[in-house]
Design a protein around this ligand. Structure first.
Ligand code: 5GP
Length: 197
């Protein structure tokens, strides 16, 4: 089995409300070998897309994005959730409702780090209802840049995020797709396999 799914099964914990806790390897302590594997996988899936920049949102998107950006040999920019004192007003912003924190944040990226010629790969740790992903896409589009697609480490396929992104015409590549977290058990969505008769 692939190392990400193994880590989810062995080290993930299912919390109430359809939340998966992955603090052992992604959201608090970080498994660097696993992040390198994830970065290579995203880079392989988008290698033909002429990616010029990777964008994510602080803080849990940074580790997998860093490895993907390094592999693609492009800069990584992370959106801030709180405006820093050192940031000028020359920023793109979007409002994002946080699924886990249940609050709305204004996310921000400096105009210096996105331009109209960019082909952007947007990466995040989780896809649930798609709010963070759509907020990031909104920022990329304010710059006149192109969203090449999304790279999601863990997609919760029982929530509506993928459908929302696909409806909006975006490509979504998820490395682990979870069908259910019911009864404290992780069940992966099996990809349809066509078998030769
Ligand atoms: P969305 O915006 O798609 O509703 O939720 C995605 C964001 O919420 C991600 O950036 C992630 O930080 C957080 N998130 C959503 N679901 C989960 C979950 O089950 N576990 C963890 N650890 N974070 C989640």
């Amino acid at each position: 089995m692939d190392p990400l799914k193994t880590a989810i099964l062995e080290k993930g914990a299912v919390l109430s409300g359809g939340v998966l806790k992955v603090d052992h390897f992604l959201n608090h302590q970080i498994d660097t070998d696993l992040m390198i594997h994830i970065g290579k996988e995203f880079a392989a899936r988008y290698k033909e897309c002429n990616i010029t920049r990777v964008i994510t949102i602080e803080s849990s998107g940074i580790a997998p994005s860093l490895m993907a950006a390094n592999e693609l040999d492009v800069p990584l920019v992370f959106a801030r959730k709180k405006k820093s004192l050192t940031m000028t007003n020359d920023v793109y912003t979007s409002s994002v409702y946080s699924f886990t924190k249940q609050e709305t944040n204004t996310i921000t990226i400096s105009k210096s780090f996105l331009n109209a010629e960019d082909h952007v790969l947007i990466i995040d740790d989780f896809l649930a209802n798609g709010k963070a992903a759509l907020g990031l896409a909104h920022i990329v589009e304010q710059a006149g840049a192109k969203v090449a697609g999304f790279g999601i480490v863990i997609e919760k396929s029982f929530q509506e995020g993928r459908a929302k992104l696909e409806e909006a015409g975006y490509r979504v590549e998820s490395l682990a797709r979870i069908q259910s977290l019911q009864h404290e058990k992780v069940t992966f969505l099996e990809e349809t396999v066509l078998q030769n008769s």
